[in-house]
Design a binder for this molecule. Structure first.
Ligand SMILES: [Zn+2]
Length: 850
């Protein structure tokens, strides 16, 4: 059967594949692989894809392949630039034109005209960020080959009028993991079963949520290419979605529209997407949808961030197969595109696909068709698209000049200089200009000290800054958000920023900074710490928490002052200098265990990211290690990331995965965890795992977001206000309000009533302390929430006693996507302050949940 399928695919390829080579010297993808790309059950791994693009660069005068970085796991990261040999010979000049179009400030009309007349459209294409969306690297080889060699249209004109920058794979690590696992399982009962781990080392699928925070190597590499090297006008991000709806989504996107996006950029997206729909329909490719599912509201994605940089950001989402195994879809199993209801013709879905076999090769053909249409559109009117981009740049710069906010100030007396450094670093990497003021900054009638940072609105990427720095107000009416609805970055990092409404003084002496370290040079941080002091550190400064690990690892104890004027300061050694001060004395680093299921869990990945970034050592614990019991032999603290109770108990069902990876924690693993806490261990549960912990240890808490009368409550991704408990040693020195990220699966608690406790036969003395509540009023800082009163004033971080041990429950995720630096220390306090041998005062007044 396998052979027959392969044969059918080969025939199909000859009929609709890319045009025949005009330059026989250039190796075709089929010759390189020894098989047709996209043949059933076969995938090219990164070695095959990488060498294809290196060969192409060597063999074709129209392609240049460069290694532009190293992935998280150490693989080569490639960019192939394809255009005519003449264009490639004067690439520096073309880049200079592209830069003028992106940033026309200070340019004469003649210079701008020259850039429009002689410049070329820069189109960047990115493939396979999501490694299980397997067609794109195979598509990339055929697309590159045709563009580099074919004399047919639109390829030949595109070579003359367009410079294509192609990232053949945005996640080479993941490509290898997926291909390796698929090759091991194909033809077995576990063919195409899910990976055992994340396909991007820390972020998994969230690698497409990292494009403003830039925590990952791949994101940083691409970001630098876009906003500091090439300045493209058009970007195409190639993805796949589920199998049963449309064969491919192409733009326009659905509402709501984010008001920070330039209207001509939006209209450009709509025009290029609509033209592709027409071209693909005329080519006989049915089942293409538009205007459904995907929106441009949220920031952080690989096309939405370019759009905030005045780039036409396109997305295609093709229907998936099972990795490389074909699927048969009877018509009756197909669903209409999301939001359209039935599977029938619509203005947004004019030609439904009839059903039948769907293969990897089909996806490649749809992607090639979109690519041909896009290149055709750009090659026919290159000057038009360059002028459109120039117009957008000029409009955005003018808007920052004429409209509020005109600038943003980051005062140099911010409490966490490490957080400011991180914020400035991501801004600089995103192409944003940052200045430091030599003098006091007067803004809207208030003074900010010399050394404060100023970010001016009238710069090409001003919309990106505005979108990151403002409070998001998601439209009240209309559909709920596709992804998150709020992300105000300074708040998430715990950085104080001022939106400047009126124009700043023209005479203000501003110096442009080029490194984040230079930007914070004048930042003092905690005024209670003398400059240059090594014995005293502020818990406000994120860097302190790394320094602390180093001290404890070197067997030097550290003391946190928890009361009085110096509350929140760490002092070297075990002795608190003042008699009236209470203190927590840390003597050694606890042994941290992190639960990791045999499937990728992004929350676990972000926890590793946090630990690795802060240099906290930890042990990864699998189901079988926990089921073996005796946990106190290994660890002092166990962290269970956000994983649903069913998953924790059952894991992956037998029969869907080789036996060594099947099953979850029930029952022996759960019993071992109960025993561990009862014997004195510390357990930390986050997000979705908290209900499992609550049930396991019979903690008398009720999640108010899941009660029958609160079914209208919704908050799928917003920034909320948290208020730490006063008068508790564990919260000493925290700011009065902390920005938290609340997303799907998050919790808020009330204490069980006596009646509820009796009904469930729960212990009488629940030994609960609330260490942080959702703010009792105005809980929403940024984004969207339905029925905020459900969680206002409710507990978000609870510490509970169990046997000789302690439990910390975080309803929200303090390490969410690596964004929430303001909340990181909450988790670190839970990790460190309940470890063995820590001396801590009893709370003066138990703060219990409502
Ligand atoms: Zn995707």
């Amino acid at each position: 059967m396998r052979t027959l399928l392969c044969f059918a695919v080969v025939v199909l390829t000859v009929a609709v594949g890319p045009p025949v080579a005009a330059q026989p010297a250039v190796t075709t993808p089929t010759e390189h692989l020894g098989r047709v790309p996209g043949v059933d059950f076969e995938l090219a791994d990164w070695g095959e894809v990488r060498t294809y693009f290196k060969n192409l660069g060597d063999e074709s005068p129209n392609a240049v392949t460069t290694t532009i970085g190293t992935t998280t796991e150490g693989r080569e990261f490639l960019l192939t630039v394809i255009s005519s040999a003449e264009n490639l010979a004067r690439l520096d000049q073309l880049k200079a034109y592209s830069k003028i179009i992106c940033d026309p400030r200070g340019r004469t009309d003649a210079e701008k005209q020259e850039a429009l007349e002689n410049g070329k459209v820069f189109l960047f294409v990115s493939c396979a960020m999501h490694a299980t969306e397997t067609a794109a690297p195979q598509f990339a080889m055929e697309f590159a080959y045709a563009l580099a060699t074919s004399d047919e249209e639109p390829w030949a004109s595109a070579r003359d009028n367009v410079v294509v920058g192609l990232f053949p794979c945005l996640n080479p690590d993941g490509l290898d993991h997926v291909v390796d696992w698929y090759r091991r399982t194909v033809g077995t009962p576990y063919e195409a079963t899910g990976l055992l781990k994340l396909y991007q080392y820390y972020a998994g699928h969230d690698n497409n949520r990292d494009w403003f925070m830039l925590t990952q190597a791949e994101t940083r590499i691409v970001t630098e290419q876009l906003y500091s090297v090439w300045f493209p006008q058009v970007y195409w991000d190639v993805h796949q979605q589920g199998s049963s709806r449309e064969r491919m989504f192409v733009p326009p996107f659905r509402d709501p529209l984010n008001p920070n996006l330039d209207p001509a950029i939006i209209s450009g997206i709509d025009a290029l997407g609509s033209r592709a729909l027409l071209d693909m329909t005329r080519d006989g490719l049915s089942g293409v949808s538009t205007g459904v599912s995907y929106d441009m509201w949220w920031n952080g994605g690989n096309r939405n961030v370019p759009v905030r940089h005045n780039i036409i950001g396109l997305l295609t989402e093709a229907a998936s197969v099972r990795i490389a195994s074909p699927i048969f879809l009877p018509r009756g199993d197909l669903s209409g595109p999301r939001g359209l209801g039935q599977y029938a013709p619509s203005n947004r879905f004019p030609d439904p696909w009839p059903g039948g076999w769907w293969r990897l090769r089909d996806i490649i053909d749809y992607e090639l068709a979109f690519g041909r249409s896009l290149l055709g559109s750009l090659a026919r009117e290159p000057r038009y698209w360059l002028a459109n981009a120039l117009g957008a740049s000029e409009r955005v710069i003018r808007k920052g000049e004429d409209e509020a906010p005109r600038a943003w100030v980051i005062p140099s007396d911010n409490r966490d200089p490490a957080a400011v450094r991180r914020l400035v670093d991501v801004l600089l990497r995103s192409g944003v200009e940052v200045h430091v003021s030599e003098d006091t900054v007067e803004a809207d009638g208030r003074p900010y000290p010399a050394g404060s940072l100023v970010i001016l609105g009238n710069q090409p990427y001003g919309s990106h800054v505005k979108d990151l720095f403002e409070v998001q107000r998601y439209p009240e009416s209309g559909p709920p958000p596709y992804d998150v609805s709020g992300w105000t970055l300074p708040a998430l990092l715990g950085v104080r920023r001022i939106e400047v409404m009126h124009a700043l003084d023209d005479d203000l002496d501003l110096e442009r900074v080029t490194t984040a370290t230079a930007a914070v040079a004048a930042f003092g941080g905690d005024p209670r710490v003398e400059p240059g002091s090594t014995g005293i550190r502020s818990s406000w400064d994120t860097d302190t928490w790394t320094a602390l690990v180093h001290e404890l690892a070197a067997e030097r104890s550290m003391t946190l002052i928890t009361t009085g004027e110096r509350a929140g300061l760490f002092v070297a050694g075990a002795e608190a200098p003042e008699d009236d001060e209470q203190r927590i004395v840390l003597g050694s680093m606890p042994r941290i265990g992190l639960y990791s299921p045999w499937r990728g869990n992004m929350d676990e990945g972000w926890m590793r990211y946090l630990f690795d970034t802060l240099e906290y050592p930890y042990l990864t614990l699998r189901n079988e290690m926990l089921r073996a019991g005796g946990l106190s032999d290994l660890i002092d603290v166990l962290v269970i990331p956000s994983i649903g109770p069913g998953q924790l108990d059952s894991g992956r069902p037998e029969g869907t995965i080789p036996d060594e990876y099947a099953g979850g924690l029930a029952p022996e693993g759960a019993a071992a965890i109960e025993e561990f806490v009862r014997g004195g261990g510390t357990l930390i549960g986050l997000g979705s795992s908290t209900q499992w912990v609550i049930d396991l240890l019979r903690i008398a808490l009720v999640d108010v977001t899941r009660e029958p009368e609160t079914s209208e409550f919704s908050c799928p991704g917003s920034v909320l206000r948290g208020v730490p408990a006063p008068d508790h040693a564990f919260t000493a020195g925290l700011p009065p309000t902390i920005a938290l990220f609340f997303s799907s699966g998050a919790s808020a608690w009330r204490e069980m009533t006596e009646k509820e406790r009796q009904e469930k036969d729960y212990p009488d003395d629940p030994k609960l302390e609330t260490l942080l509540r959702y703010a009792p009023t105005r809980v929403l800082l940024s984004g969207w929430i339905e029925q905020p009163q459900v969680i206002e004033g409710r507990a978000g971080w609870v510490r509970a006693g169990y046997g000789k041990g302690r439990v910390h429950l975080f309803g929200f995720r303090p390490q969410y996507r690596g964004w929430t630096q303001a909340a990181f220390p909450l988790l670190l306090r839970a990790l460190l302050f309940d470890a063995p041998g820590v001396e801590a005062p009893a709370p003066t007044e138990p703060a219990e949940p409502d």
